[in-house]
Design a protein. Structure first.
Length: 125
């Protein structure tokens, strides 16, 4: 669901970011995902249905504002957690009156970057 934010080809469109930030449920999810949370935790915390949550997570992913992480469970299997994936979002207008969006991302430890790559590879297999 979530693209690799380090890749320049995954830069979201201005409209995708504006649509996500204009959505009250998306803003609630962004407030709650300062720390990684599972879908069930988000459903309980945000007070929205499962289908609505996944639609909103998809919208936030399309805008590159949330990332998903697979966490290996001690007993086997994996759990997906969702986390806000930006420090700042800036909308600006240049000298040709064109709007653009800049997303400043948190720095990641090498183990997090490796986990992102591994997760993406697993999705492609």
């Amino acid at each position: 669901m979530v693209s690799d934010p380090a890749s320049s080809e995954d830069t979201p469109s201005l409209q995708d970011v504006l649509d996500a930030l204009d959505d009250p449920d998306c803003r609630t999810i962004l407030r709650e995902t300062a720390e990684p949370m599972t879908a069930n935790e988000l459903i309980d915390t945000c007070g929205i249905s499962k289908s609505t949550l996944y639609r909103k997570l998809d919208r936030l992913s399309q805008a590159s504002l949330v990332r998903e992480r697979d966490v290996i469970n001690p007993g086997g299997g994996r759990t997906t957690k969702y986390e806000r994936d930006f420090d700042d979002v800036t909308i600006s207008m240049d000298e040709t009156d064109t709007f653009s969006v800049t997303i400043d991302r948190p720095s990641r430890q090498s183990d997090e970057r490796l986990a992102d790559i591994w997760s993406k590879m697993g999705d492609e297999l």
